[in-house]
Write a protein that binds this ligand. Sequence first.
Ligand code: ARG
Length: 578
Amino acid sequence: MNQLKQAAATAILEKINALTDSADLSASDIMGMFEYPPDPKMGDLAFPCFKLAKTLRQAPPKIAAALADGLAAPGISRVDVAGGYLNMFTDKAGMAESTVNAILAKKERFGASDEGVGKTVVLDYSSPNVAKPFHIGHLGTTVIGHSLKRLHAFCGYDCVGINHLGDWGTQFGKMIVAYKRWGDRAEVEARECDALVDLYVKFHEEAEKDPSLNDEARAVFTAMEHGEPEYMELWKWIIDISLREYEKTYRQLGITFDSYAGESFYTDKMPAVVDELKASNIMVIDDGASIVDLSEYNMPPCLILKRDGSTLYPARDIAAALYRKKHYSFDKCIYVTSSGQSLHFAQWFKVLEIMGYTWAKDQLIHVPYGTVSIDGGKLSTRSGNVVLLRDLFNQAIEKVAAIMEEKNPNLEGKEAIAESVGVSAIIFYYLSSGRIRDINFLMEDALSFEGNTGPYAQYTYARACSITAKAEGAGMCDLHAPVSLSGCDLTEEENALVKTLALFPDKVAQALHEYEPSVITRYILDVCADFNRFYHDVQILSCEDEALRTFRVKLTLAVKYVLGTAFDLICIGKNEKI
Ligand code: ARG
């Protein structure tokens, strides 16, 4: 679509400049003004003339008529005027040729851009609080964060993915007291976070009866802050145990991080930050605690230090942002958390700005998302009332394996495929709605092979793979040679599919700029719907006309590339067979 937009923009600009010498518009300004008509019968590309009314001192319908008069651009076969709009129709065969050829030439890179070349983006996501199991609440930050990383990398950015572990704080004092009193090394090694959670729960039960345990825990944490070796060793071990468990989930999701520098990493960087805040006179003492007053910005105060001088969550985030700016010289630092933390981010972003770090205003970006519940809260869990991600994944994998056993019992490597399809189904379902909406997860809906689900999308991808593999196996044609469509008349299904494929670069840009992976998920469903309609309505491999058959196979290969890339962008598995 881009090439076409460029050609149309150049032609329109020429017309505008012929009408006035004071337009002061560039071709890219014009390109930004195009819209897609809601109904293909109205045209493939629309140009609204309303913004030009002032410059050209005419009513929009008049401008549209003047611009349409004799307008010609490569790829545009007809121009209609409808009110203040120019509705343009593309030359369908030309559009099909150029779209399919562009995809076959660029392969997995079709849709990519170079807007981020030379720029660095830091992404802070997943970031669980250590010693607690990975639960459904972490799904959002983990998959949205990783998808945003892939989108940025695809558009040329250098990306640094940071798992900002919650690995420091008084809870570790409690954990160590509990372990030393009631813990068993072998049990913790075996049951990992489950055992740690039990110890934590036990601590709170016992502390109800004997509040001196809380003093003991506080004393242990203070000793940790001074580096007491025995406690530090236990603390490191607890972190290792937790990470061992988290890694299993990350492996299933196909996710890796560039850094695991969590909150503890900033301990020795805190005094300098606190000194700077003191020196800048923006920090005041309030009831013994140190805060930054933000009433001028209609926000509650940002809490920096507790009464006992220990640092709080916002202070550690300020230190981390300063460190990252220095260390990575980022152009953007993105934080993906639930919308429950929106105020926290708005507050400390503002503190940095008041401190004089002007980049905080537009380079620090909080990407919030809504809450998740499962089957209306009905899913039972082993540890209390949180739904563990591994339980959710296991259920999905089991159900998918059962469906696959029925559909395709002889499939080679079916365990690994069921795992990939099951986990992908969860990700796909989660990323299907806009991130800010609260989601009620319905397992049946997520796993169905029919309907707008991950398994359906994966099934469609496997269908495209099987067709191209058959064509290749039969030595049918050089699949990557450019198509030529001279004289072929395309069907409505083919035209619709081509048009959807051509939209991919636009969708990538939209998902990137709106920090919204769901744009890609919904786009995948559009491609699948158009491809399946095409598959059911025309003959591909058995088409008698050779030119048409070749085109259809190549169109199928183009679908395989675009779907594969889109799957990568939202972190779902690509399986050539299901
Ligand atoms: N550990 C925090 C939590 O589980 C999320 C951390 C998000 N990142 C940050 N830099 N504050 O709520």
